[in-house]
Design a protein around this ligand. Sequence first.
Ligand code: SF4
Length: 534
Amino acid sequence: MPNSEDNTLLPILPLEAEIPKGVDRRSFLMRGAVISAAMVLTGCERTPQQEAAAPPAAQPPKPKPSAMSADLNVVAQSKGPVMTVIDEFYKVGPGPSSSHTIGPMRITYDFYQRCTKLPADQLAKATGLKVHLYGSLSATGKGHGTERAALAGLLGKEPATINPLFLDELAANPTQPHPLKLGDKTFNLSLADVIYDAPKGDFPHPNTMTCKLLAGDQAVYELEYYSVGGGFIEWKGYQPPKKGQPKYPYSTMKELRKHAEDNKLSIPQVIMANEVAVSGKTEAEINAFIDKVSGAMVAIVKSGLAAPEAVLPGPIKLHTKASTVYKRAMDDKFQSDRAIALVAACALAGSEENARGHLVVTAPTGGSAGVMPAIVYALGEGGRKLPQEKIRQGFLAGAAIGYLCKHNATLAGAEGGCQAEIGVASAMSAAFIAAAFDSSPQVLENAAESALEHHLGLTCDPVAGFVQVPCIERCAFGAVKGWTAYMIASNEVETRHRVDLDTTIESMAETGRDMGAKYKETSEGGLAANLTLC
Ligand code: SF4
């Protein structure tokens, strides 16, 4: 994105409220005073006497808590301080969905590793392995390619390093058996060993699966797993790994910002201190990880922009368009239009890579995997050319927002709808930009809040269960909205921002709980139900 300014398209807005024509100053000010008095008498600022006299306002019934089992760590975790660290949060793996491909592949890879450690006599009895998918994984797993990701993990392929062409081959040859050696035994596994089981039922999590090592039809070893969103996984009896205590404990944005302001630190500085304390790693190690993720995101955007136009796999027959949008936008005569289209094209590029099942980074999920790479590319080598140190600060700030959303709401479309994926990605991106431009903690919070607020209620209705429509364009809107949120936050009077991030995250959680199941990654409502495919 070019550096020079172009204001030709921007309207000039008054900075302060102006006195309307035809109204004299005295009556204008009197009216303001009357309105202020009325606010005191009737509005937010009730007198103590009024508080005492007023009957308690009828409270709307609180929505029922999430149907998730209280045993899950994602539920228990919301009680203490944020303990997530950056290399748990930004994960590299195959698209198109962190909860439906990266999570299941991490699960089956974990099961594979456990099987390699089983005693020889247990392995000697085994005749095969099976994976059962339940809930949303069963309802929309086919469109996400869950079965090929699950099989690849079971075959011992690691999510972060797998060659996506191997996944393409699995899909192209569904009946082909693939050898898996465990101890002295070799099992021949195919996609038929991944079973789409009950889509509805009383599961501990909407994304539940079981992995079994079988002797005939009897399990000699089995484990129930949960893909809890953003590529995070848990299993029955899961105990989170032991970690250090955060230097600046927080579970809300209010607490995080207070740490920053009291200690005269930026939000990225607070997060870095916590990363060191919780993970036990050095700053240099953490920065090296961030640089790796940053490099992966830039590579994803470049590869998506360079890919020739083609039709994506699946029944939608959707044409890719990132490269065309990018090329045409570069010819636009207005610099501001070029800037918006560049961010949108880069997000399309990242999301199309995800739809191809190529490697992506969860930020926070696979469905939203185009949003943050667009910002990284536009702030870095594709546009503003900010130094890598600023990009690192952006990653830390973006992670802070993602942590808070995970801690106090959810990152899974199957639990919270698309507000939990694109909405969070957009909020993370707004915070990223704010941190990269050295904004104050208040501006950073305002930017993230604004981006999330304007995704509240967004449903998840992927057509035919494929992460293409509305997901690909939605990434572009998430990125542009994130930038817009930063533009508003950095230009408004920061102390007048009316809504705080914690309230918006709480609203997202409540909205997600109230949202009908057909709008939560089941492909039973919205666009998924109404778009006619021919
Ligand atoms: S609609 Fe949103 S939440 Fe649902 S799969 Fe697409 S990107 Fe993810």
